[in-house]
Design a protein around this ligand. Structure first.
Ligand SMILES: [Zn+2]
Length: 175
């Protein structure tokens, strides 16, 4: 059995704070340092989210770190519930929930990168040891690594700070 996923709520809270900073983008003060955050993208359709995930999984350094990852499928899910990753069929299910022409709150890079981190970890997990908590240290480290590759080092640094501020462990993710 998997150990209890005790970090889950803390991880979500930290990522929500970080995602809000990415909605604004631009220069922020981070413990006395000036960092520049990119403004995250929102997507209006499943196809655009699929393209984004395909592009991320095809990045040279992601392929090098996570060989044999394979593709992920993005699908819409009903309602306002959170996005989730379905391990059985390697699918990211995202609530669209936007009105016409306005992307839903979950159709953004922060959410897709979270679910892609689950995908990358699931694929490399040794079945014998895959009982790690879904949102434990391996998850947060993978998420920071992914963010570093896709959104840049400063975005990863702010995410790492949010995790640590919430009391969540993050391992080394920069080589
Ligand atoms: Zn998750």
């Amino acid at each position: 059995m998997a150990e209890r996923d005790t970090s889950r709520a803390l991880v979500y809270a930290a990522e929500n704070q970080w995602s809000a900073a990415l909605d604004r983008g631009g220069v922020i003060d981070f413990f006395g340092s000036r960092l520049t955050l990119p403004k995250q993208q929102y997507f209006e359709t499943v196809e655009l989210m699929q393209n984004y995930c395909d592009d991320v999984l095809g990045l040279d350094r992601i392929v090098a770190s996570f060989p044999n990852t394979g593709s992920v499928l993005v699908r819409a899910r009903a309602g306002q519930a959170k996005a989730h990753y379905e391990f059985e069929n390697r699918t990211i299910a995202v609530p669209l929930s936007g009105t016409a022409g306005v992307p839903g709150w979950a159709c953004c890079e922060a959410v897709l990168l979270h679910e892609l981190a689950h995908h990358l970890l699931f694929v490399v997990a040794d079945p014998a040891t895959s009982a790690h908590a879904f949102h434990g240290g391996r998850f947060t480290t993978t998420m920071c690594q992914l963010v570093c590759e896709v959104l840049g080092f400063e975005a990863a640094l702010v995410l790492q700070g949010a995790f640590q501020g919430a009391g969540v462990t993050v391992g080394s993710y920069v080589d």
